[in-house]
Design a binder for this molecule. Structure first.
Ligand code: PEP
Length: 246
């Protein structure tokens, strides 16, 4: 399985930010891991055109479950694919919180993504209160069961474990805590999709940065990272790519 370094620019970046992606590719023209940036929707077509012929892949941050229709402001998986995207992040905790996304909606979106030929990166993670209450595995198990799309395989699904309290906070779980969750997810996924679970990338996300990437990538069943803040700067994301390629 090739590991995956995925960057989520969230609602950051204008056309000028494409220079960061160019610098990233210039510094890492042939990484041994996969390298993905998910910019705002306004930049997907331009970044895809810029990245053509390079190892950099481009993804969306959300899609609608329908392919087209009267859904003002939404973007379909088919449109993302048409714009050059290969992946789409779904069920990020900010969307679950800001837009009330449920597991069922995330699953429907992931099914639309797969039908459009995209790789679905499905995000799950517990809140701090849930962790403190000892409910982490119960919560993420329920999210996984409810969000994994029908027809999922190692080729079209990536799972991102992102503790909500670790996103953008500079705090991370201990390596033992990450190991516990990732081993749990691998086993639970086996029950959902069968033998393909062994080859499905399980990303860790939440305050990954150059200084902690090497340690996190050494944890069993961590097959890459979903990176927010540190993906905005080519030097930082490049260092994470290098750590994953080592
Ligand atoms: C994210 O939003 O997916 C994320 C992991 O953010 P950060 O790396 O900034 O914590």
């Amino acid at each position: 399985m090739k590991k995956l370094a995925a960057g989520n620019w969230k609602m950051n970046g204008s056309m000028a930010a494409l220079a960061e992606a160019q610098a990233l590719v210039a510094a890492h023209p042939a990484p041994s891991c996969e390298m993905l940036l998910c910019p705002p929707a306004t930049l997907i077509a331009a970044l895809s055109a810029q990245a053509k012929g390079t190892p950099l892949m481009v993804g969306g941050q959300d899609c609608h479950p329908k392919a087209s229709g009267a859904h003002t402001g939404d973007i379909s998986a088919v449109m993302l694919k048409d714009a050059g995207a290969t992946h789409v992040i779904l069920g990020h905790s900010e969307r679950r919180t800001d837009h009330g996304e449920t597991d069922a909606l995330v699953k429907a979106k992931a099914e639309a993504a797969i039908a459009a030929g995209l790789i679905a990166i499905v995000c799950i993670g517990e809140t701090e209160a849930e962790r403190d209450a000892g409910r982490t595995l119960a919560v993420i198990g329920t999210q996984l069961d409810g969000s994994v799309p029908a027809g999922a395989t190692a080729a079209n699904l990536v799972i991102a474990y992102e503790p909500v309290w670790a996103i953008g906070t500079g705090r991370t779980p201990t390596l033992a805590e990450i190991a516990e969750v990732h081993a749990f997810l691998r086993a639970r996924l086996q029950g959902l999709i069968g033998p393909d679970a062994a080859g499905t990338r399980l990303l860790y996300g939440g305050s990954v940065k150059p200084s902690n990437a090497t340690d996190i990538f050494a944890v069993p069943h961590v097959d890459g990272a979903l990176v927010g803040g540190a993906s905005l700067k080519a030097a930082d994301f490049g260092a994470i790519v290098a750590a994953l390629s080592a």
